[in-house]
Design a protein. Sequence first.
Length: 354
Amino acid sequence: MKRGLIILGGLLLALSAAVLGFQHLGSYQFNGYVLPEPVKAPETLLRSAEGPVRLSDFKGRLVLLYFGYTFCPDVCPTSLANIKLALGELSPQEAAQVQVIFVSVDPARDTPEALGRYVKMFDENFIGSTGTREEIDWMVNAFGAKYTLEAPDENGNYNVSHSAFTMLLDRSGYYVMNWPHGTPSAEMSADLRYLLEHEIPVSAQILSGPTYTPVVCAVTLIPAHVQNGQWLYEHHCSQCHGIDMAGNPQWQVELADGSHLAPPLNGSGDAWKVSEQTLLATIKEGRNLDKPIHMPAFKSTLADWEVEFILSYVKTTWDINQLNYQHGFMTLTPNPTATPAAPLSPLKTVTPSP
Ligand code: HEC
């Protein structure tokens, strides 16, 4: 009964394959700290002297976000001056793709107008903004930052201690990386220049904190990836592949021009029989682009890791054997007497051999 299934390779093979797989994924070493899990920027509505500001307004550009306050004696001015220097080391075309947003955690004293005047001392294009105390708290939390209002002196003046790192949001609005206070501007501008040309490679995220645990006969799906993947799937894929991933009911019918309607991505289709690399390539490059019905290319819309997140979500619909097969931990021996589809159906859970 387990005839159709052979475990391919042992633990060593799987681990070495995983290590080799990660190594060729880009070699740039970031100076900043790359978050192991990108964080979707919250939709907080901020107020600036020029009007309302939402982080999602800047999709397509990189955003440098800094929490501070205008009464800040030294840390904030040094950071803003340093960011200005880093942008100055980029070409004007590159710098134009980076938006700096200073968010005050001291809305009681910092009006949008005062913030506008403050940031323009550093650069005309910087945005100074703030919100209500609740909005700021929510946003600070979402970014994993901190601040504390210190006790006021006899004149009512107070200091605010706050996280002093500069946060980077990528073009699709995810917080992906930060630089600690005091990072030299040349290191920041090198990272920015790299990011203007590339996405953060998955390898860098893995190096900064292992998120994938390759296990023989079990594929670890990380809940945060699945959750983000679901959102991305619903916004980019569900209109053709179905909210349930079942594809178009007519997906197996070949149309006159040789094209096919969107196939299932869940375990009822063929997607799980294709290697990870092929899946990634299909999603990034599209398929049958010359035909009216085709799989569109997502390489300019989605970052590599967003596609990985989508695949994590897709994989929640596959059973353990389909997961193992797709990851190369298991192979299926075709039954020569059966119809082509038959060898794939009697899948049962298998225990890995030692
Ligand atoms: C506009 C409709 C449309 C959208 C949107 C779309 N697809 Fe597709 N997709 C298709 C069609 C049509 C095919 C079949 C192409 C062919 O075989 O010619 C396909 C094929 C695929 C395949 C190959 C499946 C297999 O069994 O080989 C994968 C994987 C896939 N799509 C994933 C995705 C993902 C992930 C998204 C969202 C990021 C997405 N698609 C968005 C229409 C779409």
